[in-house]
Design a protein. Structure first.
Length: 131
């Protein structure tokens, strides 16, 4: 597939938990994405993702996500996992950050009892505005 577009809305929650000596904040995301087809139809992907953001003391933010997705034409329902790395831009006028995401889609509805981790991998770059 060729590059496509994506729109996400991520909402913080009041939930947090402690694990491995870090405080993990929980948020939820609705992600709508589309990859342009090279010789065929476009690939539409919709996902609901729970994000877990640990409190690392780094100049970048690292975020892990798990969720469920629907992919048109590639098996329908799948599981998804994400790793997001973002760098907050030093601007006073707006809270912007540059980000990179690796997203793995896992076929959970296959005919055999095993998970298919080779369904689809995507990479993306983003510019995020936080309020």
């Amino acid at each position: 597939y060729d590059p496509g577009t994506s729109l996400s809305v991520k909402v913080p929650t009041p939930w947090a938990f402690d694990l491995f000596g870090k405080n993990w904040k929980v948020s939820g995301e609705l992600n709508l994405a589309n990859l342009s087809g090279i010789n065929g139809d476009d690939l539409n992907m919709n996902a609901g993702i729970a994000h877990f953001n640990p409190s690392f003391d780094l100049p970048i933010n690292i975020d892990f996500g798990l969720g469920i997705a629907h992919i048109d034409g590639l098996g329908g329902i799948s599981g998804t996992g994400t790793v997001d790395v973002s760098y907050p831009l030093p601007l006073d006028a707006a809270d912007l950050s540059l980000g990179f995401r690796y997203q793995k889609f896992v076929d959970v509805i296959g005919e055999d009892p095993y998970l298919d981790f080779g369904l689809l991998d995507t990479y993306s770059f983003s510019l995020s505005f936080t309020k």
